[in-house]
Design a binder for this molecule. Structure first.
Ligand code: ADP
Ligand code: MG
Length: 504
């Protein structure tokens, strides 16, 4: 038997058990009671830290480290969005979703393959006075630093004149009593060096020119609510080929004007009647009367003397901006402005058709709805331009009030409405400035906006000028465009009202 080690207080249970070779497990020690630890242990004294540029902080910031996959991050911090766009291009303002700067570079986005950006076109929607034109001007101005040149195709309210003035360029004004003439049936650069072209190239260019002209004549005739069927198309096509000398295999095509086309349709020769397979001259005249009358409006009507003579405007492609002002036509009504825009459109296309690679341009169509209202063919013409932009390095900028402007061109299910809907998809970048609730619903329906995006448009963007929801492909940004002191004078279109208000 073991000698027990007694104590004054007697033997404990563990000792007694040990006598029988049992080992009791050791009694766990009660955890030492920790004083409630101060999470900010080393506080800084009342006088802060000493040292150069040490500043003063009551506590050192506790740094917490978490590890997770990027997929989980979205769940843990749902309110932070990354800025997925590169920072190249025109620096426009602040993106309130990411907190970072927002820069617009539609061609860069297209080339980088930003999700959903398949073309560099942009469409701006917004209620009047929300800052659409201002944003477009700042975009164009800031892109100039990257070598972009701007063409304003139809400045209806002379809004771009201050910008042109600041860049030392005089806008070309079109209107009665002014020397500027624009021939919508201009060859543009396509007519250059015709004699030295190979036969195949000459034919390719001729096809482009005739196709553009037919589209234009269709648009002009359609704007008078006259239908332009295949028979009329054959007749106009034949006349254009005859008058230019293409039918005779001329080396150099002659320039045509609308009055020449009109005269040729009024006095058809036997060859023409035959070529169009009419029974006789009268049959030809009866069949093309509506087309002649519609064209006659441009020759003898209220637009006479504007688009019916060879072009006198010299577009200087080296200049940073060129603008065609239509403000003098405003008193003639929306339709006159619309017809003028259609002519300018066709002419602008001729001018941009043979762009050199790397020649970067921005083509601005402000107040575009005036043209869209003219009918299906006007819509088709815009559609054709937007489709081309990927090939010719142009950023086409379309400015409108609301999507239904584009949809008023025909009955709800008509072809025009279908094309107008497509137009929205031909502009990969959509910039939605402030709108009323009602139009917000319309936008959501057409563009598939999420409820949050719709609220940005109807609440946040409507609360300040220059605010917009930018939909760049599938990327969304909530941008406040920031005006610098340089931009203030260039974007202020409220001059007329403020000056009125200043009067005693
Ligand atoms: N980014 C902006 N920030 C603040 N004000 C702006 C901004 N853009 C335009 N504005 C002001 O809003 C007014 C209307 O702008 P404007 O571009 O003509 O609108 P819209 O083309 O939509 O009718 C201008 O007078 C201008 O001073
Ligand atoms: Mg405007």
């Amino acid at each position: 038997m073991r000698q027990s080690r007694g104590t004054a207080a007697g033997r404990g249970l563990a000792h007694l058990m040990a006598d029988f070779d049992h080992r009791l497990p050791p009694t766990p020690r009660p955890p030492a009671r920790r004083a409630d630890r101060d999470p900010f242990g080393s506080t800084v004294g009342r006088h802060g830290r000493a040292g150069t540029a040490a500043g003063w902080a009551a506590v050192p910031a506790p740094l917490a480290v978490y590890r997770m996959t990027t997929e989980q991050v979205g769940g843990v911090w749902p309110f932070i969005a990354g800025n997925g766009l590169s920072s190249s291009g025109a620096l426009l303002g602040i993106d309130y979703l990411s907190g970072g700067a927002f820069a617009a570079d539609p061609i860069g986005w297209t080339l980088d393959g930003v999700a959903g950006v398949t073309n560099p076109n942009m469409i701006f929607f917004g209620a009047p006075g929300r800052g659409k034109s201002g944003t477009v001007k700042m975009f164009a101005l800031r892109q100039m630093a990257y070598g972009y040149r701007t063409l304003v195709l139809g400045d209806v309210k002379d809004e771009y004149a201050p910008l042109c003035g600041a860049l030392g360029v005089e806008p070309h004004a079109v209107g009665h009593g002014l020397p500027a003439r624009i021939n919508p049936l201009d060859f543009g650069p396509l007519g250059n060096d015709w004699t030295s072209l190979s036969r195949a190239e000459a034919q390719r260019r001729a096809a482009m020119v005739f196709a553009r002209w037919l589209l234009l004549v269709k648009g002009l005739v359609g704007s008078q609510s006259v239908s332009f069927g295949p028979t009329a198309e054959t007749a106009v096509g034949q006349v254009l080929r005859d008058v230019t000398g293409y039918s005779d295999g001329a080396d150099r095509l002659r320039e045509v004007t609308i009055p020449q086309l009109w005269h040729a349709l009024r006095e058809p020769g036997d060859m023409l009647v035959d070529a169009c397979r009419y029974a006789d001259r009268q049959h030809f005249l009866d069949d093309t009367r509506a087309v002649r009358d519609a064209l006659g409006a441009l020759v003898t009507g209220h637009l006479a003397g504007l688009f019916d003579a060879p072009t006198t405007v010299q577009v200087d492609w080296r200049a940073p901006i060129q603008s065609l002002s239509l403000s003098r036509l405003e008193p003639l009504g929306d339709q006159a402005v619309g017809v003028a825009l259609t002519c300018l459109n066709s002419w602008g296309r001729a001018m941009t058709q043979l762009a050199e690679p790397g020649d970067l341009r921005i083509v601005i169509r402000d107040e575009c709805w005036k043209q869209m209202r003219l009918g299906t063919d006007a819509v088709k013409s815009l559609d054709a331009d937007l489709r081309l932009s990927r090939n010719d390095g142009c950023i086409q900028v379309v400015v409108a009030h609301k999507p239904s402007d584009m949809l008023t061109v025909g009955d709800a299910d008509s072809q025009a409405v279908a094309i107008a809907r497509d137009l929205l998809h031909l502009c990969a970048t959509k910039v939605l400035l402030g709108q009323d609730e009602q139009i917000g619903d319309e936008l959501s329906g057409l563009l598939g906006l999420s409820p949050m995006a719709e609220r940005i448009v109807t609440d946040w963007a409507a609360a300040g000028r220059g605010r917009a929801l930018w939909m760049v492909g599938s990327h969304v940004a909530k941008v406040q465009t920031v005006r610098t002191s340089v931009d203030l004078a260039l974007t202020d279109t409220n001059d007329a009202i403020t000056h009125q208000a200043d009067r005693p």
